[in-house]
Design a protein around this ligand. Structure first.
Ligand code: U2V
Length: 246
């Protein structure tokens, strides 16, 4: 009885070491599990399901093999891969979930989300997010040729990297009040999210009751997996293959 959670892998063709670690994880660590949840930023960028490179094919095949083996796999969009759509879901068998989803995790109602919606102090980002989550804007974007979308993606990737360096630490982390507010709103005492790249298990209080917020780690220099079973949860790491160590 095991359920796994991962997020913030930021998979891209120019990081084969992360891709290799992910493919090993999908082959070795998912045997006999109950389910795999991917809580966003699986990809470093995603400009449409029609971006069909060999790199994307490799990742999609790994998910297809898992779901074909009868293990359910769920995906919540991150700020990088919020355009992952129905074609990806059909091709991989991965089920897309709403940005805020409550699951029954071995009897414990748990709110799962990417985590960028909790960073309410980052007003510039929240304004950007609102725009690119607009259905009409997305419809316009998808009408652009793939090459144009790739260009826009590369530009935004470099901009957001620079912009984030300028942001204060507290702005880039979740807003504590927002965490309590959304847990009370959904009536849960447990939350699992990614996005901040600050893996930890935090105890907090929601409406005078003990609660727990688990943050998943990114896969920048090693893998990070939350292993959940009926007795409890554990944040584990997965080292990259030696062959890639430079
Ligand atoms: O943590 C924080 C801050 C978090 C850091 C936020 N940075 C961040 O997410 N960067 C980023 C994310 C995705 C990509 S992308 O390449 O995948 N791609 C870019 C173009 N996208 C687009 C879509 C639409 Cl509908 C419309 C347009 C439009 F209108 F602009 F053309 C563009 C689709 C997605 C590139 C960079 N705060 O607390």
């Amino acid at each position: 009885m095991t359920t796994l959670f991962i997020s913030d892998l930021h998979l891209s063709a120019d990081r084969p070491d992360i891709t290799d670690c992910f493919l090993t994880f999908m082959k070795e660590d998912t045997k006999g599990i109950d389910a795999l949840y991917v809580l966003g930023d699986l990809f470093e960028m995603w400009i449409g399901d029609d971006d069909d490179s060999p790199f994307h094919q490799q990742i999609k095949t790994a998910f297809r093999q898992l779901t074909d083996s009868g293990i359910p796999c769920y995906f919540i969009h991150g700020n990088r891969d919020f355009l992952v759509g129905k074609r990806f879901s059909d091709e991989t068998g991965v089920q897309l979930l709403p940005e805020h989803t409550v699951i029954d995790l071995y009897g414990k109602p748990t709110l799962i989300l990417h985590g960028d919606t909790l960073c309410t102090l980052d007003e510039a980002y929240q304004r950007y997010r609102k725009k690119v989550h607009n259905r009409f804007i997305q419809w316009l974007f998808f009408r652009l040729p793939l090459a144009w979308r790739q260009n826009i993606g590369e530009k935004l990737r470099s901009n957001s990297g620079m912009a984030n360096q300028a942001k204060r630490e507290d702005v880039m982390d979740v807003t504590p009040d927002e965490v309590v507010k959304i847990m009370a709103q959904f009536g849960v005492r447990a939350m699992i999210h990614g996005h901040t790249h600050r893996p930890a298990i935090h105890d907090l209080s929601v409406e005078n009751q003990p609660a727990v917020r688990t943050v998943l780690g990114d896969w920048y220099d090693h893998g990070s997996v939350l292993v959940c079973n009926p007795d409890g949860n554990q944040l584990e790491t997965r080292n990259f293959a030696e062959s890639y160590r430079t």
